[in-house]
Design a binder for this molecule. Structure first.
Ligand SMILES: [Cu+2]
Length: 255
């Protein structure tokens, strides 16, 4: 039986998602207990200390230590949530990255109002990218003299494709303002900040098309900043990549 179904969390499709959801559930249960507990105490206090039976104020105050024990119990629950759930999740997802050779590595450059993604190609190394190379013809600021970039693959705008069964490592940056890459079914959110390359990893568990949202109000068409994240079979992924690399790599878009 799912004790937490009433929270109505969206279905999840990544390996770490159940851990995130558990954290949501426990925190919500704690907050529910605090809310109900405090509210009952509030009603009790209104009744117990009403004017008609307490004509004179007490200058001594509370003698019992019950409230201290309750505070202590709440602190213990908070510590258990922090040490038992939040820190292990953090250490697994933020401290320990899978090896790049065993993962699908993607560089995502956000802009007003779209997602650009690039793959390092056969050599597994991204070509250099710098804001000083930015022009209308070179919208990602790629260094076209860098040999490592020759076989890089630029995916169609607002589209990312990955194979099932492998972790995905994404490096996020932005060309203009702060954006935030959010995919609810995978329970991931990462800010994309100009001048920084921020890594994130996760592993999808099911084939399908998933919505990419921008979770940072980034301008007048923020609502429009959507993308598709496609999880396909490894065979389909190989086929897709072979087709794209035949088209020439480098600073080429394949739309
Ligand atoms: Cu945005």
């Amino acid at each position: 039986m799912n004790l937490f179904g009433f929270l109505g969390l969206p279905v999840s499709f990544s390996v770490h998602a159940p851990q995130v959801d558990k954290l949501f559930y426990y925190i919500h249960y704690l907050m529910l207990a605090l809310f109900v507990g405090w509210f009952c105490y509030f009603l009790y206090a209104i009744f117990r200390f009403r004017k008609s039976v307490n004509p004179k104020a007490s200058y001594i105050g509370v003698q019992s230590h019950a409230s201290s024990y309750i505070e202590l119990a709440v602190a213990v629950v908070e510590i258990v949530i922090l040490i038992g759930f939040a820190l292990p999740l953090w250490s697994r997802l933020v401290d320990k990255f899978p090896a790049e050779k065993d993962a699908t590595v993607i560089r995502v450059t956000a802009e007003q109002f779209a997602w650009n993604s690039r793959y390092p190609g056969k050599d597994g190394i991204f070509g250099k990218q710098d804001v000083k190379f930015l022009t209308t013809a070179n919208p990602l600021g790629l260094d076209n003299s860098d040999p490592a970039g020759k076989d890089d693959i630029t995916a169609p705008l607002n589209e990312i494709i990955v194979p099932l069964g492998k972790p995905v490592i994404t490096y996020f940056t932005s060309k203009d303002v702060i954006h935030s890459f959010k995919m609810i079914p995978f329970r991931i959110t990462q800010d994309c900040i100009p001048g920084l390359s921020i890594p994130l990893w996760f592993e999808p568990t099911q084939i399908g098309d998933y919505l990419i949202n921008c979770a940072q109000l980034c301008g007048n068409s923020h609502y429009f900043m959507k993308g598709v994240f496609k999880v396909v079979t490894p065979e389909d992924y190989e086929k897709y990549m072979a087709e794209k690399s035949k088209a020439g790599g480098g600073n080429v878009s394949f739309e």
